[in-house]
Write a protein that binds this ligand. Structure first.
Ligand SMILES: [Zn+2]
Ligand SMILES: [Zn+2]
Length: 423
């Protein structure tokens, strides 16, 4: 099918023109019969599988320093005990500590449990400052805990954005309105994160909140305006948005269709933990030769991690919590560019699905109220080896989902996308 017949065969010229205007790359279009995919983005290219360690990362957590329910040391120690070695506390910039503590009434935290941090003199930019360093909040240092801790903040005005490796933050609320001269507040935030040398990702797009949800075009504009050097990607799974999963996964596929391979959009999986008794065991697994802050940062930038999600809750607040799930564990991802294959070796995995562009690029439902306003990607193959030269339906990217059944529950491991250009 060439471009002309594509126009005729789909929703007509105006829809096609609208699609192209939102298109970063035209790699999604290729005649399948003649298409010769060339693998140009492989986020796992630099992994030395013989020596790489796998490190669990929680990149979205809250504490009592904003609207979370636990002190910093309690949150960090619980995650440490659950096998995490990378952690970012992403308290909201808008709002003060002890949000859930009330002197009386129906507060979930008794007044005597209130945090007395931060101590005087208060940090610059309080209360919009990141909860960092941990040692200022009654917690051991990440080094003492054998962890990598990341300075972070959840920028909370308009679309939520997690900001890492810098101290950006604004106390925007009804008492401190945003600067009315700033046309798009999220662009302003992202530019500030860039200028401060930080990294960012877009949080929980599918969060069912009318003022938070945005149209597809809004996302396309952000990822066009802000390159992958600092806007890394988006949360594809978020604990709070469990019911909205098709929304987030569909959005990711729609963006990958438009941006791969020139501008990767990395996917992240996060608990968005506010209370230790609610997480659904959603995390990222970094593939690193050595656990250092520098290596973690580089892996975030290059997509050198996978993310995992279970349908089962866990209560990390219990002294001896049980029920840590088993996930499909990847031993090796090998690309053979002469044969045109990608092979995933894994254990505890019932099925590997390879997914490429969705069939429809249109917004088909109301993005504010629908759980599925756009189509998710198409499964093009099942099995451990993908022949990307001869498998029909592969467009400009492919990503893998590893599925494991566990009674009525399921655990999944998602790879980041591999990108193709036409040779
Ligand atoms: Zn949020
Ligand atoms: Zn959050």
């Amino acid at each position: 099918m060439n471009r002309r017949t594509f126009i005729k065969n789909t929703a007509g010229l105006s829809a096609y023109a609208a699609f192209v205007s939102g298109l970063y790359t035209s790699e999604a279009f290729g005649d399948n019969a003649k298409r010769q995919n060339k693998l140009v983005v492989n986020p796992y290219d630099n992994v030395d599988w013989s020596k790489a360690g796998q490190y669990k990362a929680a990149l979205h957590t809250h504490t009592i320093q904003s609207d979370g329910k636990h002190w910093v040391d309690e949150a960090v120690n619980s995650y440490r005990k659950a096998g995490y070695s990378i952690m970012a506390i992403t308290d909201h910039d808008t709002g003060s500590p002890n949000r859930h503590v009330a002197p009386s009434g129906n507060s979930s935290i008794p007044a005597e449990m209130a945090s007395f941090y931060p101590r005087e003199p208060r940090p610059e930019n309080f209360p919009a400052n990141p909860t960092w360093p941990w040692t200022d909040y009654g917690c051991s240092s990440p080094e003492n805990l054998d962890m990598v801790g990341i300075q972070a903040n959840e920028l909370t005005y308009e679309h939520h954005i997690n900001s890492y490796f810098n101290n950006a933050g604004w106390n925007n609320n009804s008492n401190n309105p945003v600067d009315k001269d700033i046309k798009n507040w999220n662009d302003h935030e992202l530019h500030t994160v860039r200028d401060k040398g930080g990294l960012a990702l877009l949080c929980h797009p599918g969060w069912m909140n009318e003022s938070h949800r945005k149209p597809l075009e809004w996302y396309i504009e952000r990822f066009r305006k802000h390159p992958s050097e600092y806007l890394l990607g988006m949360e594809v799974t978020n604990n709070d948005c469990f019911k909205n999963e098709p929304y987030d996964i569909g959005l990711w596929d729609q963006l990958l269709t438009r941006f791969m391979p020139k501008r990767p959009v990395w996917g992240f999986g996060n608990d968005d933990m506010h209370g230790l008794y609610v997480p659904r065991q959603t995390f990222n697994v970094f593939l690193l030769d050595e656990l250092t802050t520098d290596n973690v940062r580089k892996a975030m930038e290059s997509g050198q991690f996978v993310f995992c999600k279970s349908t089962r809750h866990i209560d990390y607040s219990k002294r001896n919590f049980k029920g840590l799930d088993t996930y499909p564990r990847i031993h090796k991802i090998a690309a053979d560019t002469s044969k045109g294959t990608i092979t995933i070796e894994a254990e505890d995995c019932d099925e590997i699905r390879w997914i490429s562009a969705p069939k429809s690029f249109e917004t088909t439902g109301d993005y504010v109220t629908s759980l599925r306003p756009w189509e998710t990607g198409t499964v093009v193959h099942k099995g451990k080896t993908l022949d990307y030269l001869n498998t029909p339906g592969i467009k400009n990217y492919v990503r893998a989902e590893l599925h494991r059944k566990d009674g009525e529950h399921a655990q999944r491991t998602f790879t980041n996308p591999f990108g193709f250009s036409l040779s």
